[in-house]
Write a protein that binds this ligand. Structure first.
Ligand code: ZN
Length: 212
């Protein structure tokens, strides 16, 4: 099996797993992964429970559609990560319930919208920036991500949902799941007095588990 066919199978398998566990409903969200000569991406209006590896969209480095079904209209969200973070091997965009709930709350801190509640969100996701709302499909969103200069592996789109990048598709899916679970804790604990990890504890995690 070539690398590309293995990555196509991984996209199908992991998309179905996310769909089966409610991280994606209907045709919401999109996943992409880098291959030798471009990017593979879930097609527009496709349901993650029933993807066909042969129909996954393929784009070249310049974003031109070269094969498979038509790519998601949110392709530029993904390309902005590949362009600004050269270590990016995959990007997962969800409309998952709790991360999207956080993205709608007026008092979410836009510079650190997923505070360090657990070590795992620090290790797998890092700091998350909230970007202002723009219409889905508006290319301005790609520009806003590019303007971050690659400083964030994950962002939250206001009133929309998270976008998470990582070195490969499995890591990106795990990070997206970690972000969603932490968002769930944050929403659950919203009215409770909460103890966050201290800056020293966060620094220790970054030092010991430095990776992507
Ligand atoms: Zn979306």
């Amino acid at each position: 099996m070539t690398d590309e066919s293995r990555i196509r199978e991984d996209i199908v398998r992991l998309s179905k797993s996310l769909y089966d566990r409610g991280y994606s409903v209907g045709s919401a969200g999109n996943i992409s992964a880098a291959v030798d000569d471009g990017i593979l991406m879930t097609p527009t209006n496709s349901c993650w429970g029933f993807l066909d590896p042969a129909k996954i969209s393929k784009l070249d480095y310049d974003g031109r559609h070269v094969s498979g079904d038509k790519p998601s209209k949110e392709v530029f969200l993904h390309r902005a990560f590949y362009e600004t973070r050269p270590q990016t091997g995959a990007v997962v965009h969800l409309h998952s319930t709790f991360a999207t709930a956080l993205s709608c709350l007026e008092d979410t801190n836009p510079d650190d919208c997923i505070p360090p509640l657990t070590p795992y969100v620090v290790m797998r996701v890092g700091e998350v920036k909230l970007l202002p709302y723009v219409r889905p499909g508006d290319e301005k969103m790609g520009e806003m991500i590019r303007d971050l200069g690659g400083r964030y592996a994950a962002i939250l789109l206001a009133n929309h949902g998270p976008v998470v990048s990582a070195k490969d598709i499995t890591s990106a899916v795990y990070a997206a799941e970690e972000l969603e679970e932490t968002a769930k804790l944050l929403v659950m604990l919203r009215t409770a007095k909460t103890r966050l990890l201290t800056p020293n504890q966060v620094q220790e995690l970054r030092t010991v588990f430095s990776g992507y």
